[in-house]
Design a binder for this molecule. Structure first.
Ligand code: FAD
Length: 436
């Protein structure tokens, strides 16, 4: 093999895969390590399952990336202090740089009493569940008749869509800390749930919020119009679920009986202007919502057990950076270790953003490598290390086999798509284990 740079990429979501492609296109040999069997990250396991065209389009691009002969894939391998290999193990394999694109796998909780009750979940777990990512796909969730989702972004809307279209819950309540002018979801996403929106309840909320909004110079009717913007394109309702908003409300506690959630306690907020920003401020007035499920869609944080220093829910970046790209730092304080995508900025942006950020991170790595002598990379040493782990390691050909079997299953069952919901079934389909 010709002398070149040998780089490890941790995580095969959009940031990792497009970052790996950039590195390989510039001549580097790249080994991609991925926790999940399948590549794709949240493009596979986050984006709403019914978005078949978008998901298939992305899978096609990911397949092309992995077809690059300078990119090796090792799936079912988790890196971290509690993983199959540590970051030090990876560095000891002789990689000249490591690009961490492992997403934001930590869970952000508000630390409220009652978070341990059955029926209280984090959005990521729910999204992984309905997108069939093991082991979340095999866990039991208690989706009750009345569900509160805390949050005001696209993830809140995706989960509302699932609860309205699949679970067919009686009532889905979006609990929003600030007011109607501060919702963060896109018009397009609302199209799927707006037919179930209780407009009378929205108008009551707008009326209740009006004096609070006007006190900070917000226009309640403009906010109402923005929320309802997708109405002309409303996807027809498939359930009787009632979808409504509770604006200007923060969760303070969950109440339960026999370990099961029964009520969400919220505190009313007003809006105040601070340093030019609108902030929510509790009034002390508390109310109870009768719900059996609460889902927190309040964003994610990076995995603190990964092995990189963490501050404010993010991996620490070197400032000012030695290799800035687009004025961002992609450098961790560990020599030769870089971060990109949601591992650089948790919960930031859509796939297009993660793709660009992964490419930028790869460019920072390439700048760093300019001072390093090319070596004779040894993918064989990496494969040998993988074999020593005594667990099935997924390579590119295995993924191809799995995809073929899943397509066959979908055809057999008359489905648009079929996914095995456990690692065992996937391993069996790839012929890597035999089950009784
Ligand atoms: C609910 C939801 C819906 C979304 N819907 C859309 C949408 O409709 N359209 C859109 O454009 N964007 C959407 N997004 C955003 C998009 O999915 C993200 O922007 C993008 O996937 C982030 O890419 P990433 O590569 O940084 O991280 P991720 O996609 O999270 O990928 C991380 C990868 O790292 C791997 N990994 C994690 N930990 C480890 C470890 N310790 N060791 C080894 N590997 C590890 C994982 O297996 C995964 O493959 C959605 C996001 C969510 C959460």
């Amino acid at each position: 093999m010709q002398n070149t740079h040998h780089v490890a990429v941790i995580g095969a979501g959009p940031a990792g895969l497009f970052g790996a492609r950039e590195l390989a296109n510039q001549g580097a040999r790249v080994a991609v390590f991925n926790r999940d069997i399948k590549p794709g990250g949240l493009a596979e396991y986050g984006i709403y399952p019914a978005k078949h065209v978008m998901k298939e389009g992305l899978r096609k691009q990911f397949r092309q990336v992995l077809d690059n002969p300078n990119i090796d894939y090792y799936g079912n391998i988790s890196i971290g202090t509690q993983g199959d290999l540590s970051l030090d193990d990876i560095l000891a394999l002789g990689f000249q740089a490591v690009l961490v694109t492992a997403g934001a796998q930590g869970t952000k909780w508000l630390g409220l009493p009652g978070e341990d009750l059955t029926g209280v979940y984090h959005a990521k777990d729910v999204v992984y569940f309905y997108n069939k990512l093991p082991p979340f796909s095999q866990k039991k969730f208690r989706f009750g008749r009345r569900v509160a989702i805390v949050g005001a972004g696209n993830v809140m809307v995706d989960i509302a869509r699932y609860l309205i279209q699949d679970v067919k819950a009686d009532e889905v309540i979006a609990v929003v800390r600030r007011g109607p002018a501060e919702v963060k979801f896109d018009k397009k996403e609302m199209e799927y749930v707006i037919a179930n929106l209780d407009i009378a309840a929205l108008d009551e909320e707008i009326q209740r919020s009006t004096p609070i909004m006007q006190a900070v110079n917000q226009d309640p009717q403009a906010a109402r119009a923005t929320i309802l913007e997708s109405q002309p394109k409303a996807v027809p309702a498939v359930s009787q679920s009632r979808f409504r908003f509770e604006f200007l409300a923060s969760p303070v506690q969950m109440h339960g009986e026999d370990g099961l959630l029964t009520k969400l306690e919220i505190e009313d907020n007003i809006l105040v202007l601070k340093d030019g920003e609108t902030k929510a401020k509790g009034t002390g007035n508390k109310r109870l919502l009768d719900v059996e499920t609460v889902i927190f869609a309040i964003g994610d944080k990076v995995d603190a057990t990964f092995g990189l220093p963490v501050e404010w829910n993010e991996f620490v970046k070197v400032e000012p950076p030695k290799y800035p790209i687009d004025n961002h730092s992609y450098e961790s304080p560990v020599e030769g270790v870089f971060v990109g995508g949601w591992s650089r900025k948790a919960s930031e942006g859509l796939v297009g953003y993660a793709r660009k950020d992964g490419i930028n991170a790869a460019r920072a790595v390439l700048e760093y490598l300019k001072a390093k002598q090319p070596i004779n990379p040894s993918p064989e040493a990496v494969t040998a290390k993988m074999k020593g782990l005594n667990k099935p390691v997924i390579m590119k050909d295995d993924i191809k086999r799995l995809e073929t079997v899943e397509v066959e299953e979908a055809t057999k069952r008359g489905l648009e798509e079929f996914k095995f919901a456990s690692n065992e079934e996937m391993l069996e389909a790839m012929g890597l284990i035999e089950t009784a």
